[in-house]
Design a protein around this ligand. Sequence first.
Ligand code: SF4
Length: 363
Amino acid sequence: MKEEALYDLFRRKLMEWFASSHRPMPWKGEKDPYLIWLSEVILQQTRVEQGLPYFERFRAQYPDIRSLANAPEDELMKLWEGLGYYSRARNLHQAAKYVANELEGRFPDTYEGIRQLKGVGPYTAAAIASFAYGLPYAVVDGNVSRVLARFFGIDSPVDSGAGKKQFAALAQALLSQTAPGRHNQAMMDFGATHCTPRAPLCRDCPLQQACRAFQQDRVAELPRKEKKPEKKTRFFHYLIFNRQGQAWIRKRTEKDIWRNLYDFPLLELGHPAQGVGEIQNSGCWQQRMGQEQAQNIRASRPFLQLLTHQKIQASFWEIELADETPFNSEGLIAVKRENLSKFAFPRIIDWYLNDNSLYLKLL
Ligand code: SF4
């Protein structure tokens, strides 16, 4: 089949499928670029089921871009808590301030203008441009590349530089010029619900007859990916100093994961701590306690959180301080334990706080 005819067939079958199968979502058919942007940023790296309640909460709390721009940062981070990839929330905030202050509150209405917003890459810009303004820009993400790699039987790794260019060009060539927003939405839904990574619904697929991967029995092989380097493991030891029902936390301001979230004084080692001696000999301990040793220390079991490029293994060391024990709280915030939930913590800390009856060993 000639290429143009194949493209036509793909578009037609995809739209037929979409007409009968598309998922109702609160942001579908939305024309307000602000709400489209909000939903797209929330859904990056996030499953729809997880992102949906966040979208609803954000929409209720910040119904327009000015209200988001004026939000206190801590409030926004708290609302974002649990979604991960917190740079998204910081970028949202900065971009909202930019639109409110520099663009008089008017959301940009060109692809290039949308791309100027902090944290908006080609995918999000194409989604906003096509959904809100009907501009012909194709979305390309993992779902879209997978569908294209399979349907056209393409071996290029979807995550290589050359592969990305190839899939972007193909997606753009395929894009319906008359209904780009609807076409993009159909591609996104088809990849997310039908041509899925592990169990694609090939038997009931309207594209089956022309799908090269299916015809050549290569569905499980495609898409190809480049080999990923091993994730680095970081060992976090959180020191939770307690006195009379109060603990000390700090805001993470360094250029690292979880910036602007809160955590406890942190000792990072290249390995799990060998015991309480290693904790009490550390610089982090001595900064707070000097040469003072504590009698009452409990260690939690290790908690594990997988991030995109690293694994975090965290242990929590609860230290009960007597009234007279000297403690240097410089740079820390004293918080009653029952008020800890008012602060935005990384998820691994929330897991611990919700599970802190579990001490596997008492030191
Ligand atoms: S036949 Fe299977 S692999 Fe091909 S497009 Fe349909 S679901 Fe995807």
